[in-house]
Design a protein around this ligand. Structure first.
Ligand SMILES: *Cc1c(COP(=O)(O)O)cnc(C)c1O
Length: 405
């Protein structure tokens, strides 16, 4: 590999153009700092899109990864393995779930959840009970079934025919859900905070109302915690302080802190419908992924870490409010824990990507959630100093854009 010749231009030449990566190419990370090919340093407020919840190259994860890599990487599900069983035990002990299914990505976890909901209704009721109700602006992944359930037309255009039996209603609108749910509904699927949809938080009364409607119509409540889970909101899972209990929950992103792994969690009773031979994955639950994920999950579920997430949220808010006071840039600063959205004021609508590029120039990695919202999903253990330094960079980026105008 001749690394000196690998540039951003190489991407354009030989990669499918479904992504438009930033100009710099990161080569190394430690904690919440990243270095690019030229040795420039960046503060990481993006966290690999809510994935690197323990930062980059966390020493305890590195140790486990090295240890397990010298023992066993992969077996297929013809065999079970100790790391998978230990990790499943840990998840069962800390959540509502009795049963776990492992896979490799969020889309796969949701695919399993939607298939299970259909199969359960088929087993217990009838093949007529197959409708899935989801919400506008929801995001559930990029496979054909999961883009269909997601509520964003831009991800569906050109891929028809889509799977049928999926309906969408406005988010946080209990009346609309009530008008749409029926005995034909097999599941209602929702995010507790719509991440990709713009960092929009569900009202607890909406969530509790949705759960009641599901019970009334024998529909399953599927909670997609792929972005909100694993400590992101300051709870191990966001459902835990919203007064609801999912029938099925999906978890991915931060689950392996950067090692690909995902899980679908459910109860004994529902799990029985994914009987032998009905579903599967070659890599799902491999020992290498599960060893890393068990260690990550054990560190993150510790109460002191979770308490700190809420404290760091306040620091983010204060810094963003300070920038806003000076530049009147944001109409809203929202989110929970370290899933933070700052919505741009009207004159700046459609320009989130400009702010992200300007931040990169100053040495700060940021995300967007749609064209009007700057999103931050940093490591859950990002040092307060790095938050302060990153915010100074953001302030300089904002000043540059505003003065240029
Ligand atoms: C990221 C995300 C997904 C998809 O996860 P992948 O690992 O990219 O397949 C699904 N649902 C939500 C809420 C997400 O944030």
């Amino acid at each position: 590999m001749n690394k000196s010749r690998l540039t951003r231009q190489t991407f354009n030449e030989i990669m499918v153009p479904n992504y438009a990566p930033q100009a710099m190419i990161p080569v190394r990370g430690e904690g919440s700092r990243i270095w690019d090919q030229s040795g420039n340093e960046y503060i990481d407020f993006a966290g690999g899109i809510a994935v690197n919840a323990l930062g980059h190259c966390h020493p305890e994860l590195l140790k486990i990864l090295k240890d397990q890599s010298e023992k066993l990487w992969h077996l297929s599900n013809v065999y079970t393995n100790e790391p998978a069983l230990a990790f499943a035990q840990k998840m069962v002990s800390l959540t509502f779930a009795d049963k776990i299914y492992f896979c490799n990505s969020g889309a796969e976890a949701n695919e399993a959840a939607f298939k299970l909901a259909r199969k359960y209704a088929y087993d217990k009721f009838s093949s007529e009970k197959n409708e899935i109700i989801a919400f506008q602006d929801a995001f559930h992944g990029r496979s054909l079934f999961t883009v269909t359930v997601g509520g964003q037309a831009k991800y569906q255009t050109g891929f028809a025919p889509l799977p049928s039996g999926v309906r969408h209603v406005p988010f946080n609108d209990l009346k609309a859900l009530k008008a749409t749910i029926s005995n034909k509904t097999c599941a209602v699927v929702l995010e507790i905070i719509q991440g990709e949809g713009g960092v929009i938080t569900a009202d607890p009364t909406f969530l509790q109302g949705a759960q009641q409607l599901c019970q009334q119509y024998d529909a399953l409540l599927i909670v997609d915690e792929i972005q909100t889970g694993v400590g992101r909101t300051g709870q191990l899972y966001a459902y835990m302080d919203n007064g609801i209990i999912p029938d099925i929950m999906t978890s991915a992103k931060a689950l392996g802190c950067g090692f690909p792994v995902a899980a679908m969690l459910t109860t004994h009773h529902i799990a029985n419908s994914l009987s032998f031979g009905t579903h599967g994955s070659t890599y799902g639950g491999n020992p290498l992924a599960c060893a890393v994920a068990l260690e990550a999950f054990s560190i993150i579920s510790e109460s002191q870490l979770l308490t700190n997430v809420s404290r760091k949220y306040n620091l983010f808010r204060e810094c963003l409010a300070h920038i806003n006071k000076k530049y009147n840039l944001f109409s809203d600063i929202r989110g929970k824990g370290l899933l933070i959205g700052a919505e741009l004021n009207q004159p700046w609508h459609g320009m989130a990507n400009k702010f992200i590029a300007a931040a990169e120039t100053e040495g700060l990695m940021l995300l967007m959630a749609g064209p009007n919202v700057l999103r931050m999903t940093p490591s859950l253990i990002i040092p307060d100093d790095d938050i302060q330094v990153g915010m100074k960079k953001l302030e300089r980026a904002v000043a540059n854009i505003i003065h240029r105008r």
